[in-house]
Design a protein around this ligand. Structure first.
Ligand code: ADP
Length: 270
């Protein structure tokens, strides 16, 4: 908005003079409002699994002499606890990433290794759905950043690709270099995303179909984590999708061109 908010502080300097300090609060207010929104959203999201656990605990208590019921309800408690744990983990990850400069120490990262590790971690879920998961080729591409953060980002995309695909579908992960940019693509042939929702899926807690997302154990934070990781690495993330045909998510990052002039001695302070 065009409104300028200032905080004015007045101090009496001499009996006849005051000092007036005006501080621009527009930016500070905006960040404050974002933080408040986040806290409200988080509280709302936490209430659901916590409420479910409370209810299930009461039910188990009342069904103590029915072993089958106890097993059924404790299974559901386990699932809710796992959801809650994933949610807390992602909230912490996201709040860490929202701090500017979260990437901190950068290193030369081998993109092939990032893809291999991300796919490795998604393998169990893919196998459970008989989803064929493969990486297209090895490229020796390098970027500057943090290996672990990039693994988290690619893994979130692969987990989604598996979650929003049918049984025995195919998910492909690949990397290529275009115009000096590194493009990491995760391609699925799943349910797809309606055009009108494609921009919104990167928002915190946004889900196209909350009921389905709940089934898949989704938190609604995965893609906003991907977006932050990409941005913190000087890149971005984009989606191409057609409902019923599938989706392709692409993380684009600047390539690390390692010539000797790029090697800087970080221990030197001059
Ligand atoms: P979630 O934890 O719910 O998967 P994300 O932030 O990762 O949260 O994704 C947000 C929403 O975007 C999901 O709820 C889902 O509706 C949609 N989505 C994400 N990835 C895909 C995909 N590969 N195919 C179809 N829909 C997807």
């Amino acid at each position: 908005s065009g409104i300028l908010m200032v905080q004015v502080r007045v101090a009496q300097v001499t009996p006849r003079h005051v000092l007036v300090l005006a501080e621009d609060l527009t930016q500070a207010r905006r960040i404050e409002a974002m933080r408040r929104d986040f806290v409200v959203n988080v509280s709302h999201e936490l209430k659901t699994p916590v409420g479910a656990l409370q209810l299930l605990a009461e039910t188990v208590h009342d069904a103590a002499d029915d072993p089958d019921a106890v097993r059924r309800f404790t299974d559901r408690m386990q699932a809710e606890a796992a959801r809650l744990s994933a949610l807390v983990h992602e909230i912490i990850e996201l709040s860490r990433l929202q701090v500017a400069g979260a990437v901190g120490q950068v290193a030369v990262v081998d993109v092939d290794a990032v893809l291999a590790e991300a796919v490795d971690r998604a393998r169990t879920r893919a196998d459970a759905k008989k989803v064929r998961l493969d990486i297209g080729g090895v490229h020796g591409t390098r970027v500057l950043g943090q290996h672990d953060l990039l693994v988290t980002a690619v893994r979130n995309l692969v987990d989604n690709a598996v979650a929003y695909s049918g049984e025995a579908a195919h998910v492909g992960v690949g990397v290529r270099e275009v115009d000096g940019l590194v493009e990491i693509a995760v391609v699925d042939e799943g349910i797809g995303i309606p055009a009108a929702e494609q921009e919104r899926v990167f928002e915190r807690f946004y889900r196209v179909d909350p009921a389905r997302s709940r089934d898949t154990g989704g938190t609604g934070l995965g893609l906003s984590i991907v977006k932050h990781v990409a941005a913190d690495h000087g890149g971005d993330v984009a989606v191409w999708s057609q409902p019923g045909r599938g989706s392709t998510f692409t993380i684009r990052l600047p390539r690390a061109d390692l010539t000797s002039s790029d090697v800087v001695d970080l221990t030197s302070t001059t």
